[in-house]
Design a protein around this ligand. Structure first.
Ligand SMILES: [Zn+2]
Length: 66
């Protein structure tokens, strides 16, 4: 079967599946690759969670030592 390559313009939108944030502003199309940056909102939340976890871990460690 012969194969034909065709370039088409496709309009699409990118949304964060986690929080529904629009990610079009941080999406870059490079040839047939699509690069989507990390959702800033989720990144911020993950950072906050990591901070809390680190805090609790440090607290447990300090408790075990005493
Ligand atoms: Zn998100």
């Amino acid at each position: 079967m012969p194969t034909m390559k065709a370039e088409v313009d496709v309009d699409f939108e990118v949304w964060c599946d986690e929080c529904g944030n629009g990610l079009c502003g941080i999406t870059n199309v490079d040839g047939n690759s699509i690069h989507v940056g990390p959702c800033e909102k989720c990144l911020e939340e993950a950072k906050q969670e990591g901070h809390d976890e680190g805090y609790n871990e440090g607290y447990d460690e300090a408790k075990e030592e005493s």
